[in-house]
Write a protein that binds this ligand. Structure first.
Ligand code: ZN
Length: 203
């Protein structure tokens, strides 16, 4: 399976990193080895002094699809989740400056936190889900899927033009504003529509 990640999908986050607003979704992949095993602590990798959390809404693909029409995109996922796209920001910055791929800064071991899944039928409007990241008891990031530049159905349709989606693939839909650095002993938890879907301790 693969993790397909969307960058720059929230205007306020684009501003905070002083990035340009993209014409099309920014897409990158994390390997399946990036998944942090459940209940495991996250160890800050030795190659970075500035790992950022990025809380993101996740979509789990339920069947194979390619060139998916936007009008049918919602048939391709039936579970919604929440996770973290850990990013070695210092390394990413260096790679970006050189025009090199981001993979080392984004796809390293443990960089993908995947929380519990909820059936999408739980929610009336998937384009209006509120979520947050709590760090050491305080709100670090807060967002709503309503703020996305590209909504879930648009992302599925777009991504499937390039990558065949397979059952079990997961889409990370991008992070809202408020990203920041983690340090040892931080405790992060993710809340979607009032439900805690993951927690992770930083080492
Ligand atoms: Zn991200």
């Amino acid at each position: 399976m693969k993790l397909i990640c969307i960058g720059r999908n929230y205007a306020e986050h684009i501003k905070e990193l002083a990035n340009e607003k993209p014409e099309d979704p920014v897409v990158f992949i994390k390997p399946d080895s990036a998944i942090l095993p459940k209940e495991q602590d996250f160890y800050i990798p030795e190659f970075s002094n500035n790992v950022h959390y990025e809380v993101e809404v996740l979509l789990k693909i339920r069947k194979v699809g390619k060139h998916i029409d936007i009008n049918f995109a919602s048939n391709y996922y039936d579970e919604v989740g929440l996770g973290i796209d850990f990013t070695a920001r210092d390394l990413q910055q260096k790679l970006k400056e050189k025009g090199l791929p981001w993979e080392k800064a984004k796809g390293f071991d443990g960089s993908a936190v995947i929380g519990n899944w909820l059936p999408k039928s739980n929610f009336q409007d998937l384009n209006d889900l509120s979520f947050s990241l709590i760090k050491n008891g305080e709100i670090a990031q807060e967002g709503s899927t309503g703020q996305m530049l590209w909504k879930p159905d648009e992302l599925i349709s777009y991504v499937s033009r390039f990558f065949t989606l397979k059952k079990g693939d997961i889409i990370f839909t991008g992070t809202p504003a408020g990203v920041g650095k983690i340090k040892p002993n931080d405790y992060l938890s993710g809340i979607l529509e009032g439900k805690e879907l993951f927690s992770v301790k930083i080492k």
